[in-house]
Write a protein that binds this ligand. Structure first.
Ligand code: NOJ
Length: 549
């Protein structure tokens, strides 16, 4: 074990009590998906030393924090979301000292570090689960999971009708005839959160990483830990279609909140404003806000925003609903367009035309960064990476791909390793030109690498840098709680954000044609070229403009 980080505050933060408080309320948080970010040792898989070496890119980009998806010891049945040892780094990603280095380096660069915690389920290779299998029916070891007898004459049918999010039944039968519950892959048995040992274990895991110096946690499947008493049937097939739309007995049960009140007490014991963000797919933003009531968590991902299409009325409605729900509990809204589980938004917004997709993606970025609250950026979106849709089946690794064609069926396409530099794959992802990468990159990514875009004012990378710099320079972007909607033609959103020191007007043209509007201030940044003629400006189709007003 290397030296511990004693403070979660970035090293460049003044230590005189004047450091900004509640940094997380308007933080821009960059998601690093470790296996695809940067490969330090050339084995084709991203790792922690690789990520540490690339932290200056994030500093230069201008984000406030990094969230790392799991790098813990894991058989990788679900890309690390199947954890075998919550206190160890998987050798494929490095070592514990490498994690320590990453946290210290990030802090030295003024970046906070958030890590994933996966409390709903572990790996079937976790010691507790192996013991539960060994010790058999009726043993105390089995009580830490959901083991049940099956239905039917010989117990040959699953105990209830719950389906895995990845497709197929949520139950798997073991050699002695009992069944265990797994809301995800069979290699991911669900913990039984009725058991006190599970609570104790996760308290200890949180403290372990907080002691190492992390600034917070992203809580995987935060809505799943508590199941409805008696594990009642749902009486509905294709349950994946219900998720995030209507209540199901395995998600968003009221009992989860007691767990997060407990976790908040732990976070608050530490200096430096350690935070937690919930990955909670709930039917409404109001249900998500319940995770953020006083004494609970700091943020929750806004999946309703993520799943809203390129539509002015729908976006305005979700912004209003989100702000109302979050303001009611005093929590910041969050905004996110992409992550490692969904089709990249450049492709989602394309409607079959890649250039249109990129135009809209950049416009969507300026919209997101103008809204009050915290924004999440998924690695590679600053390069304008599209979804990779032509991966051959034999290279795919997403367990969901093999189990279903449902919600999460094709997650490899957003997980292709990043291009950093050079002429040949893996484009600087690993140290050796022509070396391996765990998923192949399209040849065209040569032109999307960091190196290829750096210094080109027309590039997506320089656009992101400019947007994040402007957001820092203008507190009206990001800070505060409300937007003031301004009159705008149909298909156009226009709103003012105000903070001490000035206001900014954000105008988004979601239509397919340019619109001409009165100029509300001095042009600050635009996602496409805006022409201005005296008092009127023409905002191109699918673009966003910021004006200092
Ligand atoms: C949500 C994670 O983001 C996803 O990648 C994972 O497969 C599931 N939770 C299960 O842990």
């Amino acid at each position: 074990m290397t030296q511990h980080v004693t403070s979660a505050l970035p090293a460049d933060a003044p230590d005189d009590g004047s450091a900004p408080r509640e940094w997380w309320r308007d933080a821009v948080i960059y998601q690093v998906y470790p296996r695809s970010f940067a490969d330090g040792n050339g084995d084709g898989m991203g790792d922690l030393p690789g990520a540490t070496a690339r932290l200056p890119h994030l500093r230069r980009l201008g984000v406030d924090a990094v969230w790392l998806s799991p790098f813990y010891a894991s058989p990788q049945a679900d890309a690390g979301y199947d954890v075998a040892d919550y206190r160890a780094v998987d050798p494929v990603f490095g070592s514990l000292p490498d994690a320590d280095d990453l946290v210290r380096e990030a802090h030295a660069l003024g970046l906070r570090v958030i890590v994933d915690v996966v409390p709903n389920h572990c790996s079937d290779q976790h010691e507790w689960f192996k013991r539960a299998l060994r010790e058999g029916s009726g043993s105390p070891a089995r009580e830490r999971f959901h083991f049940r007898a099956g239905k039917g004459e010989d117990g040959q049918l699953p105990p209830n009708d719950w389906e895995s999010v990845f497709g197929g039944p949520a139950w798997t039968r073991v050699a002695d005839g009992a069944w265990y519950l797994h809301l995800f892959a069979p290699e991911q048995p669900d913990f039984n959160w009725e058991h006190p040992a599970v609570h104790d274990e996760f308290r200890s895991i949180l403290r372990y990483w907080l002691d190492l110096g992390v600034d917070g946690f992203r809580i995987d499947v935060a809505h799943g830990l508590v199941k409805a008493a008696g594990l009642p049937d749902i009486g509905h097939e294709e349950q994946v279609k219900l998720l995030g739309k209507q209540a199901v007995p395995y998600f968003d049960q009221d009992g989860v909140h007691e767990i997060y009140r407990d976790w908040r007490r732990i976070l608050d014991e530490y200096e430096g404003e350690r935070i937690a963000v919930a990955e909670a797919w709930t039917p409404t933003v109001e249900r998500s806000a319940r995770y953020l009531r006083a004494g609970e968590l700091h943020q929750a991902f806004n999946f309703e925003y993520l799943t809203t299409g390129w539509d002015a009325a729908a976006l305005r409605a979700v912004v209003d609903r989100s702000l109302d729900a979050m303001n009611a509990v005093g929590a910041p809204a969050t905004w996110v367009l992409s992550n490692h589980d969904v089709v990249r938004h450049t492709t989602r917004f394309a409607d079959g035309d890649a250039a249109r997709g990129l135009r809209r993606a950049k416009a969507a970025t300026l919209l997101m960064l103008a809204l009050p609250g915290s924004a999440y950026v998924y690695q590679g979106e600053e390069l304008g990476l599209p979804e990779v849709t032509e991966l051959p089946d034999e290279v795919r690794q997403d367990p969901a791909f093999f189990r279903s064609t449902g919600q999460d069926g094709t997650r490899d396409g957003c997980r292709v390793p990043l291009p950093w530099s050079g002429e040949r794959a893996p484009f600087g992802f690993g140290p050796v030109e022509g070396g391996p990468s765990w998923l192949p990159q399209p040849a065209a990514w040569k032109d999307l690498s960091v190196e290829a875009q750096e210094g080109d004012p027309a590039s997506t990378l320089e656009f992101y840098r400019a947007a994040l710099a402007a957001r820092r320079a203008h507190p009206a972007l990001g800070a505060g709680r409300d937007v003031e909607w301004l009159d705008a033609p149909e298909g156009v959103l226009s709103f003012r954000r105000t903070a001490p020191g000035g206001s900014v007007v954000c105008t988004v043209n979601l239509t397919a044609a340019p619109v001409t509007l009165p100029v509300p201030g001095t042009l600050l940044l635009a996602s496409a070229e805006v022409t201005s003629d005296g008092g009127a400006a023409t905002v191109p189709a699918d673009s966003t403009v910021w004006w200092a007003a």
